[in-house]
Design a protein around this ligand. Structure first.
Ligand SMILES: Cc1cc2nc3c(=O)[nH]c(=O)nc-3n(C[C@H](O)[C@H](O)[C@H](O)COP(=O)(O)OP(=O)(O)OC[C@H]3O[C@@H](n4cnc5c(N)ncnc54)[C@H](O)[C@@H]3O)c2cc1C
Length: 384
């Protein structure tokens, strides 16, 4: 965890509780969840008791009202125990926060309490079977009618969908109009017209609960519009900057956990009459990881502060996520190598974290899309 100048004593105390929760609840359960291809539903209740499902939700609405920087630190710690669980947890909190910010008071009051208590889970659904990176190409269509909108379409690769039923849905309102026609709505998965698909059977990280759903003439009420066409796309792009930063923080948490496990192993395991940590060629790998981890955490801290101050974090978030994802993809295998065969035992996090780092390379903007974003001005200048 980074030394944060911008966290309050109250937030630092919460991080201590989160550390205990990650060490005592998430880390011991994670290998079992992985073995059983399970979704860590039960632990969400324990996280909710700490307030983690409402980290950024204002106190007046039952949340903790903490800053984005605090959230980034929470995700760092929890992902060190299990990336998929951290993603699951934070996606429920994100829906609660979005409703507190963007929904009508009636809709907020109807759904936020169940998200805060962990009784219901939340998801944010942009991606469709044919449209991932090209978000503006989504075709789920919301057609206006007298009661609101009727929606038809399919969503894919949505976190928590194995169990969630409070969704933020992005849908097209005018076929072929790209980003300008996209609006954001609240969807209640207990209502008619919502059909959950089978979950995606992944190599690991089942705790992320990724799956899809279909909307078949699902009826949205007038007050369930969160952002109209013209606004929703811009808000989604702004919110995704925060997501990129906390995904980067999660990469830091995973590398830190792997570093601790490997360093500890090197204190005990002996080869050629000496402890592993005494072999220079062995321990330099720890140093290499530590250097990049410190740099990634500085970037997370810097970009998080920009979100807290409501500054445009677009480029800082993109750079932070690219750097942190690559840092994890580089150092997790190197740290696993330090463990010899021992690192393959699933009580250690290396295998799970490696898949976590792979997922981090796609969610909330793939590395390629972020590079596109960063280099867009070069392309425009070259075209002139
Ligand atoms: C575990 C998991 C959880 C997810 N959770 C959610 C969620 O909760 N909500 C949600 O809406 N989505 C979610 N996603 C979807 C995620 O946002 C998409 O996977 C991502 O946007 C990439 O889309 P794609 O997988 O369809 O790849 P594609 O868009 O098909 O791209 C395939 C590859 O080509 C690259 N590529 C595409 N276009 C270009 C280009 N112009 N130049 C260079 N390279 C290019 C991409 O970077 C990628 O590597 C999740 C995905 C995963 C794996």
């Amino acid at each position: 965890m980074t030394e944060f100048a911008n966290l309050t004593p109250q937030q630092l105390a919460l991080l201590q509780q989160v550390r205990t929760f990650a060490d005592d609840v998430v880390a011991p359960a994670a290998p079992e969840w992985d073995r059983n291809r399970a979704f860590g539903r039960d632990a969400i209740g324990a996280a909710a008791k700490l307030g983690l499902t409402g980290l950024q939700v204002p106190v007046a609405m039952g949340g903790l009202g903490h800053s984005f920087s605090c959230k980034a630190q929470v995700t760092d710690i929890v992902a060190g125990a299990d990336f998929g669980f951290a993603m699951s947890l934070i996606n429920t909190q994100n829906v609660a926060y979005k409703l507190s910010r963007d929904a009508s008071p009636e809709v907020a009051q109807r759904y936020i309490p169940a998200l805060l208590s962990g009784d219901r889970l939340g998801s944010t659904a942009l991606t469709e079977p044919h449209a991932g990176s090209d978000f503006a190409a989504i075709t789920t269509l919301a057609t206006p009618n007298v009661d609101g909108w009727s929606v038809t379409g399919k969503k894919a690769w949505i976190i928590n969908t194995v169990a969630s039923d409070i969704m933020v849905l992005y849908a097209q309102t005018e076929a072929g109009s790209g980003g300008a026609g996209i609006a954001a709505f609240l969807i209640d998965g207990t209502r008619d017209g919502f059909v959950r698909s089978d979950r995606f059977e992944m190599t690991a990280q089942h705790t992320i609960g990724a799956g899809g759903f279909e909307l078949r003439d699902y009826q949205i009420r007038h007050d369930e519009l969160l952002q109209p066409a013209g606004e929703a796309f811009k808000v989604a792009l702004r919110d995704i900057n925060g997501a990129r930063i906390y995904v980067a923080a999660m990469c830091c948490g995973m590398v830190d956990a792997a570093l601790q496990v490997a360093a500890n192993y090197g204190r005990n395991r002996k080869t050629f009459g000496r402890r592993l940590g005494e072999h220079q060629g062995w321990r330099w790998t720890l140093g290499e990881a530590d250097v990049d981890l410190s740099a990634a955490r500085q970037m997370v801290g810097h970009a998080s502060g920009m979100i807290d101050r409501n500054e445009d974090a677009q480029f800082a978030a993109a750079k932070t996520k690219i750097f942190a994802t690559r840092m994890a993809e580089r150092h997790l295998p190197a740290l696993a190598q330090l463990m010899g065969a021992e690192g393959l035992q699933d009580k250690h996090p290396f295998g799970r974290h490696l898949i976590g780092a792979r997922i981090a390379g796609f969610v909330d903007g793939s590395t390629e899309m972020l590079l596109e974003r960063l280099t867009g001005t070069y392309a425009r200048e070259a075209k002139r």
